[in-house]
Design a protein around this ligand. Structure first.
Ligand code: NDP
Length: 405
């Protein structure tokens, strides 16, 4: 039985909270702390409506997670064992600082990104390793789907299918339709910053940089569709090539529809995706923040969303029998089903469920080591078993090359 604080009450926070309520054997008391407390209150109201039998008790409060003293005060009064950070990547370091100060374990789903530089990498958070180790605390980084389940799938390939992984392709398809002209499936600012950045992949020990969305191919996503997919840089590549040093090439592919790319090109062309603040009637405003304010909030897409997501990891290399092989591990998630279950679209669901699972494995001592870790550093078996239990069925496909060299 454990006390946990969830920071953030957006699309992902909503799913994490409801999954904790379902898993009430592990999560006994949960505090949802976020900037706009009415969003947390709404989640709790829905939990009482949809999960009346849950034994987990919920409370809510407002907090500005950019400020360590505010977090320290909150942690000292609630005394959680673990904080699940599903606010934005900008808050990762302040929350980790407060965890160290108060003796609290930490989990997040996205690596730190400074507000004023569109750049994300693990170095800032890996720099906390020694302090977490010395404090006897654990920080689990990137425990959503990608990063998150994709690291677990890679560890599964390494444990069960390959003596050596040589190439890794993470593929992410959202074949859903929310009926809006243009919207992002998670926080618009973070999403647009990721997509408009240069592409990057790993080959023979080097990072190869490309223009944004410059490399593409049609990929078949089992049970879902064949979709044009683009190489992007994604944070888990950084830790996976370090943790699995036999990997010679690692790429991340994501689908985007023509209309999405057209809108994005226009917005970029007119400067609306810039993170550099401009003067507007005496106010300093970053155009991308203004854009965020006019786009639909990701949670609002959930109700009428149809279609599925398919996210998985293809590995190629040498099997345990010494022969070359290709293997794919994946999940298909249906937007309408996740809406029925937790009033969320599939992208929030595929992120929030792994976050709850990671937290449960830490709290029950199944994954427990002092220090700062990425998910692929732990045994993948209990995580995959929990994915099958908690709504993300894990499937496998042997011998078919979905992503071409
Ligand atoms: P949302 O924008 O929907 O929600 C973010 C929440 O954090 C909001 O409730 C927001 O409050 C709150 N918040 C923002 N800043 C602060 C602050 N300074 N103090 C306290 N609360 C704050 O985002 P999502 O739910 O879509 O995404 C949450 C996280 O999940 C992001 O880090 C995202 O990158 C990550 N993610 C990870 C994925 C993965 O697979 N690993 C996939 C998708 C997302 P308010 O409403 O007041 O603004």
């Amino acid at each position: 039985m454990s006390r946990v604080i969830i920071i953030g009450a957006g699309g992902v926070g909503n799913v994490v909270a409801k999954k904790c309520a379902q898993n009430d054997q592990v999560f006994s008391e949960v505090l949802i702390a976020t900037r706009t407390v009415s969003k947390a209150d709404r989640i709790v109201t829905q939990i009482h409506q949809h999960l009346p039998g849950s034994k987990t008790t919920f409370t809510t409060t407002s907090v500005d997670a950019d400020h360590v003293p505010a977090l320290v005060e909150l942690f000292n009064s609630f005394k959680p064992e673990l904080v699940i950070n599903v606010a934005l990547p900008y808050q990762d370091l302040t929350i980790m600082d407060a965890c160290l100060e108060c003796g609290v374990h930490y989990l997040d789903t996205a690596n730190y990104e400074p507000l004023d530089v569109a750049k994300f990498e693990y170095s800032w958070q890996w720099a906390y390793r020694e302090r977490f180790e010395k404090a006897g605390l654990m920080a689990l980084l990137g425990c959503g789907f990608d990063p998150g389940a994709t690291g677990v799938f890679t560890a599964h390939h390494a444990k069960h299918h390959f003596a050596e992984i040589h190439s890794l392709d993470i593929i992410d398809c959202n074949n859903g339709d929310h009926g809006k002209a243009f919207a992002t499936n998670f926080n618009p600012e973070i999403n647009i910053r990721e997509i408009t950045a240069k592409g990057r992949y790993y080959e023979n020990g080097e990072w190869i940089e490309t223009e944004p969305l410059a490399i593409s191919q049609d990929i078949y996503y089992p049970k879902v569709a064949t979709r044009k997919s683009f190489v992007l840089y994604h944070e888990e590549l950084e830790s996976l090539v370090l943790n699995f040093p036999t990997i010679k090439r690692a790429r991340f592919w994501m689908t985007f529809g023509e209309s999405y790319i057209k809108h994005l090109n226009v917005l970029e062309g007119v400067g609306m995706t810039s993170i550099v603040p401009i003067d507007f009637r005496g106010l300093k405003v970053a155009p991308i923040e203004f854009l965020k304010a006019v786009l639909p909030v990701p949670e609002s897409l959930a109700e009428n969303y149809t279609g599925q997501t398919c996210i998985g990891v293809q590995a190629k290399g040498i099997g345990h029998d010494g022969n070359e092989k290709v293997h794919f591990v994946y999940n298909v998630c249906d937007h309408a089903e996740t809406y029925r279950e937790v009033q969320a679209q599939g992208v929030s669901y595929t992120t929030g469920v792994p976050a709850m699972i990671g937290a449960a494995l830490m709290l029950t001592g199944v994954w427990k080591k002092a220090g700062v870790y990425n998910v692929e550093e732990f045994d993948p078996d209990p995580f995959i078993a929990a994915m099958n239990t908690w709504g993300l069925k894990v499937e496998e496909l042997a011998g078919i090359e979905l992503v071409k060299d």
